[in-house]
Design a protein around this ligand. Structure first.
Ligand code: SAM
Ligand code: SF4
Length: 468
């Protein structure tokens, strides 16, 4: 599932076969946390390190360089990272030459405080400074503590070919833009990842073509707000490229290549984009459209710049143009001043929209954000959690119903690999991004093939069927 924040992948380390070169004397170990953008960035970092003669290891105790690509979105994410750093510190005690690097949003947020407070860290590198890693490593090797947290207005790492990490060889992320210009009042991202900038479409297309030629069958175009993708070469006579045009160009690479994207902002998704999805078979009928709250009053405080009615009209429009579109959302419970009435509005909006799936969180105040400056974090934690619990229970019910509605239908499934529960079953996803498992027996499928699967049973999270 293309998750903003995939719990199963948090803390994932990797060891891509392509760079397991035992001749290289220096080894690095990388762990990634947070959203898909961070996982994509770790692939850029791996490419830069590979260029500097490093080789990957899965075992941090034997690494010369340990990197942790961090997330600041909620306090809990930062706590998890701090406890990992304490474990790395123990290893560093017995191997003092080992370097520890903090990358990503937490590096950007805390900057040199990391060196002062968390004495175990040698390098602090923000999301726009990865090209300087080789120099920073050299400095750190000579005993200096190194920090580069400069944000950029134009860095997109467009020319760096990411080294695919933990790859199943079928799905890949392709970053199309960086940063965010929205100022949702609860969110730290504009401060940690800087201003929005779009990547040159030529480089996006050549990276995607290359993936397809190497057997990949699905790409997810990534950005905090893909609908505001905008690229202009600056050359007279050239036209500006928007997201709908980019999506179309990627879809035209091959009908066998599935295209997904994440994330859309309700205020920016256009009819052009929805028409493009509807027109191309290989653009998945799936939109992740975070609502955050069902109450217009709360949405205004969140600075989301749309109302409940605007959001509902977008959902209506999507369903008009793509009747079988899968839709998922992000929801926050207990934002500043949220009342029981506001919470009930969130529940009623969820029922009205029938989201197939949602990522649900309770509000976590982030230092420096507009909300932290302007509004008291006045919903007690026990109340935030109670509301979240109701939201999760309702979503589980709606997801189950959505899966029950699919019984008897036939899904086109892109096979990603063995089912986690049993190697005698394939696991893949359908056009709507739902997980489908089916028995292998009697079939000659391979990973990356498409199968037609008749859905016969379901759980809340999985469809189960037979290939036909
Ligand atoms: N750019 C995307 C968007 O606007 O929909 C999502 C970015 S953010 C990485 C993913 C989700 O984390 C948000 O949609 C929001 O639901 C959640 N989130 C962000 N800040 C939060 C906070 N302070 N407390 C709780 N959840 C938060
Ligand atoms: Fe954060 Fe809002 Fe930007 Fe998403 S759109 S990254 S929630 S500021």
């Amino acid at each position: 599932m293309i998750k903003e924040h995939d719990e199963a992948r948090q803390g994932e380390s990797f060891s891509p076969a392509a760079i397991l070169d035992s001749l290289s004397p220096r080894k690095f170990y990388i762990e990634s946390y947070g959203c898909a953008m961070n996982f994509a960035d770790s692939e850029v970092v791996a490419s830069i390190l590979q260029g500097s003669g490093f080789t990957a290891t899965r075992d941090f105790t034997e690494a010369d360089l340990v990197l942790i690509n961090t997330c600041s979105i909620r306090e809990k994410a930062e706590q998890t990272i701090r406890s990992r750093l304490h474990i790395f510190r123990q290893v560093k005690r017995s191997n003092p030459s080992m370097l520890i690097a903090v990358l990503g949003c937490m590096a950007e947020r805390l900057k040199s405080k990391f060196l002062e407070e968390e004495k175990l860290v040698d390098l602090v590198v923000g999301p726009d400074a990865y090209r300087t890693l080789p120099i920073l490593i050299e400095e750190a090797e000579s005993g200096q503590k190194s920090v580069n947290v400069l944000l950029s207005r134009d860095e997109t790492y467009a020319d760096i070919a990411p080294v695919r990490l933990n790859s199943n060889g079928v799905n890949a992320f392709v970053s199309i833009m960086r940063g965010c210009n929205n100022m949702c009042s609860f969110c730290v991202v504009p401060f940690t990842r800087g201003r929005e900038r779009s990547r040159n479409p030529g480089s996006i297309l050549s990276e995607t073509r290359n993936l397809f030629e190497n057997g990949y069958r699905e790409v997810t175009l990534l950005g905090q707000n893909v609908d505001s993708y905008h690229w202009f070469s600056g050359v007279d006579g050239d036209h500006a490229v928007g997201f709908a045009e980019l999506l179309e160009s990627v879809a035209r690479i091959s009908p066998l290549l599935r295209v997904r994207f994440s994330t859309s902002h309700p205020k920016d998704i256009t009819d052009d984009v929805i028409h493009t999805i509807a027109h191309y078979e290989n653009i998945c009928n799936y939109i992740h459209l975070p609502v955050q709250s069902g109450s217009t009053r709360v949405l205004q405080r969140m600075n989301r710049t749309y109302t409940r009615e605007w959001y509902l009209s977008k959902i209506k429009r999507i369903r008009e143009l793509i009747p079988d579109c899968g839709i998922s959302s992000d929801i926050i419970s207990g934002f500043c001043s949220e009342t029981e009435e506001d919470h009930q509005e969130t529940l009623s909006l969820m029922r009205e929209c029938s989201f197939d799936m949602s990522y649900m969180y309770f509000y976590s105040e982030r230092p420096g954000t507009l909300a932290a400056k302007r509004y008291p974090d006045d919903v007690p934690e026990s109340e935030k959690k109670r509301r979240l619990d109701e939201i999760v229970k309702l979503q589980n019910k709606i997801s189950r119903q959505s899966n029950l509605n699919d019984l008897g239908s036939v899904s086109r499934v892109l096979i990603e690999g063995d089912s986690k529960k049993s190697p005698s079953f394939w696991m893949g996803r359908n056009n709507q991004n739902k997980v489908v498992v089916f028995p292998k027996k009697g079939q000659n499928f391979r990973k990356g093939d498409y199968a037609s699967v008749k859905i016969e049973q379901c759980t809340g999270a999985t469809l189960i069927g037979q290939s036909i």
